[in-house]
Ligand binder design. Sequence first.
Ligand SMILES: [Zn+2]
Length: 250
Amino acid sequence: MDDTDSETSRPSSFSKDFDDLNSDIVFRSDDNVLFGIHKIQLQANTSGFATTELHSKNEIVSLPETSAVLEQLFKFIYPKRRPKLNADLDFVVIDALAEAAEKYEVYSAMEACEVRMRETLPNHADRILLYAVKHNYPTIADSAAMTLLHDPVGEVMKKLSPDLFLPWALYYDQWCGFQRRAADYHRQEYTTCKDRNCIVILEKLGASVASVADLDSTFANSTHLRWPEHLKRITDDALGFSVFVSGANK
Ligand SMILES: [Zn+2]
């Protein structure tokens, strides 16, 4: 068989890592690869497969995931083969693997994906936000939401579904309030200040709400000490994104 065969015409063949003839369940991936799996491992390490219904040795159970995802997922049910999710693994696979791990309740894969999703930030913040809210990882959701403060609101709106964008818009508005208070504080406290560093800081503050979320960088050259301290006190009390999500669901 050569590489030009289309997905639909390709005959089923076993994954080389999961071709044990003594396996008692066979799964077929969306792209037509077979996985011979031992039922006892599924029962011991997962909860989401309805293994009691999977009894016939001749029956092949089709799953909607691709072989790239199942190759990773099934390694987690065999303790000896439990893999590291390498940094060179495509995020599309990680994202789908995280979803499959949650769906089939493959516990060790859930843990590995949680770590990997957290480490992937600040990249793919929109997908990671969706994952974290859906599967209830609030600290990851809060980090992803904060990362998205760097993006134009219109871009975030395109990336998030309406039920995520609405709470994110309220979260963003909170940071807009901090942004206004940052500029107000300087105007009120240092009425005659013409310091060039302050002009640069005020420009940074005006350019993006993310500037208030990253005070160390924004105020790196500040000649005033009280100004960033004041903002630190305010932003330390900022509500995390998860609070806005749970508020929207009440
Ligand atoms: Zn100043």
